[in-house]
Ligand binder design. Sequence first.
Ligand code: FAD
Length: 394
Amino acid sequence: MHDVIVVGAGPGGASAASACASKGLKTLLIDEARFPRYKLCGGGISEAARKLLGFNIPKNIIEREVSAFRLTRRNMAFEFRPGRRLITMVLRDAFDTFLAEKAVDAGADFSQGERATGVRRARDGMEVTTSKAVRKARCVVGADGVNSVLAQHVRPAFGKFELALAVGAEVPAPAKFMEDEFGDTLEIEVGSVHQGYGWIFPKRRVLSFGYVTVLPFASGLRHTLSEYIRKRGFHGNYEVTGHMIPMPGRLKKCWADRLLLVGDAAGFVDPLHGEGIRYAIKSGRLAADVLAEALESDDLSAEALARYGALCREDFMDDFKWARRLSRIIYPPSGLFFWLAECNPSVIENFVETLSGENEYEKFFKWSAPRFPLFMATALGKKIVKKTGIAGRH
Ligand SMILES: Cc1cc2nc3c(=O)[nH]c(=O)nc-3n(C[C@H](O)[C@H](O)[C@H](O)COP(=O)(O)OP(=O)(O)OC[C@H]3O[C@@H](n4cnc5c(N)ncnc54)[C@H](O)[C@@H]3O)c2cc1C
């Protein structure tokens, strides 16, 4: 009998298991895969996520540190280089293995190649049925990703507007090309898909290409990705795979008697650009805090665990409402945001602070909305100067 069983050893589960074990709880972490396992992901760790980790990522796991990005739209492009690190690139097989090892170091038992098939309440706890055994614990954390088996016991399935499809490919690239074309720069492409974007995240030896958009607009996404890769000069040698990303953008029920959901299983992904690792780590830690207290007071009822939902709402879910609003401004095909951002560097400067956790979407929205006429005037002024060559009076 464990105190906690954590199902799924991605960033959410590994963080929950580490935190539970560090608090002295007898913790079992299980995953259907054997680590290191491949996980389709851009592998971009924001500065906010890095700070949350609270420990250094070993050098051999860091594929590249990015301190600039290039925004492209049709045949236009501009680069933004704020002079500080923005994102750390990792490959998820190595990164997730490292996090799982941290959980083991903290004292968690880790069972790999064990698939959870169901969970049910027993007299004095929970029973998790797996491909190997029936496991017992006083409470359970569902960290089993977007297709969570455990979530079926907590909330209805995500609707099609709450899910995004992401497709990606790791494309090997010559070292010289990587340095000349990318170096410390990642690329974001807007305008090819409705309500979504494409990316090129440079790693050591491969470029991770991808596209993401909400499910109803996702037809032809693989083709769009292949075209993107072809236009950047690559042919053949890669495989395109796809994976769902949950982006409900508002809090869904993520607690039940003796059961909490974290990370993708709970739908904790930024609905503007799909960052999920940061919220998987954060929610894993919050779940451990709430469960430790509930175990201590021996009240693991849904009513007591509802506090976890409130903490997640307060910490990040409330701000996702503003992220959704922004997505309606940033993604429309008119390219208005692209143009305004290109002509007004302060827009991008403020926006990237949301990636480092120094700014919130609500604050960014409220900062930019009243300045919109000014941004428009600046952009129009620059357009007139460009077209006429007349550089107004100073
Ligand atoms: C193409 C793509 C690109 C992305 N790029 C980024 C990015 O650059 N940065 C970022 O922050 N986020 C990115 N994300 C989102 C990010 O990958 C997820 O939000 C994050 O992995 C969520 O972590 P998690 O621990 O909740 O779930 P996961 O990482 O999905 O881990 C779930 C784990 O549960 C295991 N599992 C599943 N079912 C069972 C079961 N029944 N029994 C036992 N084990 C089970 C799986 O094997 C897996 O190890 C991207 C997603 C996609 C699809």
